[in-house]
Design a protein around this ligand. Structure first.
Ligand SMILES: [Zn+2]
Length: 479
């Protein structure tokens, strides 16, 4: 009895501390407004439309360097001063522009955004390469992903040049032509720096953006800053047998073994669930903005509720699960070629996204061990590594946050995990501080449009995107 009372007292005390912490954290509201400068909005929309109108689909087996050289001419026409004053470096259709800074002792920065887009089949409201400007939006393939990036940082430099500005450090503008096919464009650009022994101070790429209402119970506009991206992997899991006629089947045929294997992986999550610094910071930063008291209570007290959240978060949302652990998804499969033939070999493929807290090799070995139980072989097709997280206490991250606060006063800051892939992962050897943040706004509908139908971007967010790149370049003066 005494013991029970003691435990209850401890629990009450912990909850009281948690309650006080929640009340001390206070309440915050975000503020975010589109630009009303119609002159700028029209100019930028027009330029983005021109970039969209030039089709830049990249194909895996059909590199077309000339097509991208044609695109460079479009960029040059739109940004003549950039091409007049900056050094052009072209590597097989991948384009870099070097803007010389005043202090040669400072490591350079690079702003990147890919030129290529994915295919645009299906039935669109406006033809995908029309670049139509209507309903307050610029429409077309690449509008959001991510010709808006090219438009914005070229425009930023164009305007700074007109103002007579010279940057303090060297500033590179980079754009690969193979991002959508995971090609060798970004590695070639990264290699260019490596060969010259150039270490980059900061890299800014797509990956995050301004998002609205990121969690149920957290309303408002937040700058989602991608601080690392997960590693990419593909495994092929193979089941072999001596085949035979399907009229006299033995137990444990190849497809049955694959099915048992898949069921085990799907039902018993084999990977380690962990809170990274990014997820920690994300939830802590969001806490004051929560309109739901219970949610706020939990987010303000991760010290107490983390063990509970580790169980709850993966169960409530696939996106939350993906931020806490390595994921595996079965994507392709093949059996025999006949309805009545037991396959001599059947396989499934699995796509994995590796989290830093469990190594790629360890994750693959877990899969292999489970496969062994069902007499399956595992072939590694690709085994990539997650990128190194940016230091949340470091000066580069703070510089990004300061620039966001300056251009978007009132938006919340939300570090987060990029579950997809970007070009920046290839720069790991030449840059320790790769930030994934496109300074534009996407609604959930617009996010679906990327790689989908009716891709578009709001015109009202364009001037701030240009301002953000200008401020980021100017922020180098403080180094
Ligand atoms: Zn992209």
């Amino acid at each position: 009895m005494k013991y029970l009372l003691f435990v209850l007292l401890i629990i009450a005390l912990l909850l009281l501390i948690a309650l006080i912490k929640t009340l001390l954290i206070g309440s915050k509201k975000t503020f975010y407004q589109y630009s009303t400068d119609q002159k700028r909005i029209d100019l930028y929309s027009e330029k983005l439309s021109k970039l969209i109108q030039y089709e830049t689909i990249s194909y895996r087996d059909k590199p077309d360097v000339e097509k991208f050289r044609g695109f460079h001419k479009v960029i040059e026409k739109l940004y003549p001063n950039v091409f007049k004053h900056l050094e052009k470096i072209e590597i097989d259709g991948n384009l870099m522009m070097k803007w010389k800074g005043t202090d040669p002792n400072l490591d350079p920065i690079i702003l990147i955004s890919h030129q290529d887009v994915v295919e645009a089949g299906g039935d669109w409201i406006y033809p995908p390469f029309s670049g139509t400007i209507a309903d307050g939006k610029v429409w077309g393939r690449g509008a959001g992903d991510i010709k808006v990036g090219i438009m914005s940082f070229y425009q930023a430099v164009e305007e700074l040049l007109k103002e007579g500005y010279t940057p303090k450090c060297d500033v590179y503008l980079g754009s690969s032509c193979t991002e959508e096919i995971g090609g060798d464009g970004a590695p070639k650009m990264a290699n260019w720096f490596k060969e010259r022994g150039i270490k980059l101070y900061l890299l800014s790429d797509e990956g995050g953006s301004i998002v609205s209402n990121p969690l149920v119970g957290v309303d408002g506009n937040f700058a989602a800053i991608g601080i690392f991206e997960k590693g990419y992997g593909d495994l092929k899991i193979i089941a072999k047998s001596s085949g035979g006629h399907s009229s006299t089947p033995a137990k444990n045929s190849p497809i049955a073994r694959l099915a048992k294997f898949i069921t085990e992986i799907e039902t018993k999550n084999p990977f380690k669930v962990e809170f990274s610094a990014a997820v920690d910071a994300m939830l802590t930063n969001l806490a004051p903005y929560s309109t739901n008291f219970m949610l706020k209570f939990v987010m303000s007290n991760l010290w107490l509720f983390k063990p509970l959240l580790k169980i709850v978060m993966p169960a409530i949302s696939p996106h939350a699960a993906a931020m806490l652990q390595t994921t595996i998804c079965f994507t392709m499969q093949k059996g025999s070629d006949g309805y009545n033939v037991i396959p001599q070999e059947a396989y499934v493929t699995a796509n994995l996204r590796y989290i830093p807290h469990q190594s790629t090799d360890e994750a693959n070995n877990i899969v292999k061990e489970i496969a062994k139980k069902y007499d399956l072989e595992v072939e590694t097709i690709v085994a990539g590594y997650p990128s190194k997280p940016i230091d949340l206490e470091g000066e580069q991250y703070n510089m990004i946050v300061d620039t966001i606060n300056k251009v978007f006063p009132g938006v919340g800051i939300m570090p987060y995990v990029v579950c997809g892939g970007t070009d920046s992962r290839f720069f790991a050897e030449v840059c320790d501080n790769c930030v994934r943040f496109a300074p534009v706004n996407y609604t959930p509908e617009q996010l679906k449009g990327m790689h989908g139908l009716n891709e578009n971007i709001d015109q009202g967010c364009l001037p701030m995107a240009i301002d953000w790149y200008k401020e980021l370049i100017k922020a180098q003066e403080k180094r």
